[in-house]
Design a binder for this molecule. Structure first.
Ligand code: GLU
Length: 378
């Protein structure tokens, strides 16, 4: 039985990453008991009001087991075949286990290439946020079948980095990297009994990197090195990261309640600053929307989305998914956001009521031109 704290979780939106060794319990197949405990804790947190997402490994291991293949067979195509077979088995297990708690799950398979593309990034983000709103637990893995090693840029390479990207994508409060080691230690605890747990990391510096890469088993996919890389990525966007042992009793519940478990990496900035920096960096800003005073109040005071009705003027040439500046009619810079419509579409629908969009364009991407979740107001 999973213990539940009566207090609400200290973190509201949580991404939990489960590594293969954790899910298999060190065996060659998925361990139902371990997975039931992890799922039970996620379900418990959701009942307490937390928004939960899972980044899971284990597809390759599950497929390899089903096909009766040896771990000695190496190579990317082999892994892709195993993953294709194992992914559905993995999802089936999650579906059954979450079903016992009355929770619906969704599968999302992502590649780096999908998210490098702005529209892909936006679609993934909107889908994951919509799942959270519906109380559905999104279960994410890399799309191994298309993420080929040869195209290095297109591959996350490991689910640690994927989970950091997902935490950024949904503006998570906490990224929980669960493994078979109780956190970052001064040496490899499997080999050195004198190894000490480092409970708190304020800043990932050269010393932390040296410690993380200190043992060969720490290098490569799933080792401490990729976890530190992931922690760097997530903390620099304002996400707290915890590396902990997923086999410890109630570890997810305890971490979410703010208890000291494993190694906690403090965010390098506040979430807001980092989002503002990313959006306001101007690197990908393509155009400008001038909005009327009613829309300006809706954005600034009521934290609402920007609708077509409030748009007076569209400047520049941009596609759906790109970042645009937003100004009021006095020329004051109000902020920026990711647009759901291209400049061409906006020239047609500016000033229009949302329910007229589909008739005018022949399609629509929803009533929001810039959804409040994709908006940074100065
Ligand atoms: N996508 C792989 C799998 O599901 C795991 C990759 C990783 O653990 O980093 O088996």
């Amino acid at each position: 039985m999973v213990k539940e704290n009566s207090l609400p979780p200290a973190y509201r939106r949580i991404v939990a990453k489960f590594g293969t060794k954790l899910l298999t319990g060190g065996t060659s197949h998925l361990n139902q008991e371990v997975m039931a405990s992890l799922v039970g804790q996620i379900a418990g947190l959701q009942r307490q009001g937390a928004e939960m997402l899972i980044v899971t490994s284990g597809a390759i291991a599950a497929g390899r087991y089903k096909l009766g293949l040896s771990k000695k067979v190496k190579g990317i195509p082999h892994k892709q075949v195993c993953s294709a077979v194992g992914q559905s088995r993995l999802m089936n297990m999650y579906e059954q286990l979450f079903g016992q708690h009355g929770i619906t799950v969704a599968q999302a398979l992502l590649t780096k290439g999908d998210l490098a593309d702005r529209a892909g990034y936006l679609n993934a983000r909107n889908t994951l946020l919509a799942l959270l709103e519906l109380g559905v637990v999104g279960i994410i893995n890399e799309n191994d079948v298309v993420a080929v090693d040869e195209i290095r840029e297109a591959k996350f390479g490991d689910n640690d980095n994927l989970s950091a990207m997902v935490a950024n994508l949904v503006d998570a409060d906490l990224l929980l990297l669960l493994t078979d080691i109780g956190g970052l230690h001064t040496a490899d605890p499997h080999k050195d009994p004198a190894a000490r747990l480092i409970a708190e990391v304020d800043r990932i510096d050269a010393e932390i990197e040296r410690i993380a890469g200190g043992s060969a088993s720490n290098l490569g996919t799933g080792g401490m090195t990729t976890k530190i890389e992931a922690a760097r990525l997530a903390t620099s966007s304002g996400v707290t990261v915890i590396i902990a042992n997923g086999r410890e009793p109630d570890v997810i519940l305890r971490a979410a309640a703010g208890e000291a478990v494993g190694t906690r990496f403090h965010p390098a900035t506040t979430r807001r600053e980092s989002r503002e920096r990313w959006m306001l960096s101007g690197l990908s800003t393509r155009g400008k929307l001038v909005i009327d005073s009613g829309a300006a109040i809706a954005l600034k005071k009521q934290k609402r989305s920007l609708l077509a009705a409030g748009i007076r003027n569209v400047q520049g040439d941009f596609e759906r998914g790109e970042i645009v500046h937003i100004h009021d009619i006095e020329g004051v810079h109000l902020g920026c956001g990711i647009t759901n419509y291209s400049s061409g579409d906006l020239q047609t629908i500016k000033g229009m009521h949302s329910n007229e969009i589909a008739a005018r364009l022949g399609y629509d991407y929803g009533p929001e031109v810039v959804h409040r979740n994709n908006l940074v107001v100065l």
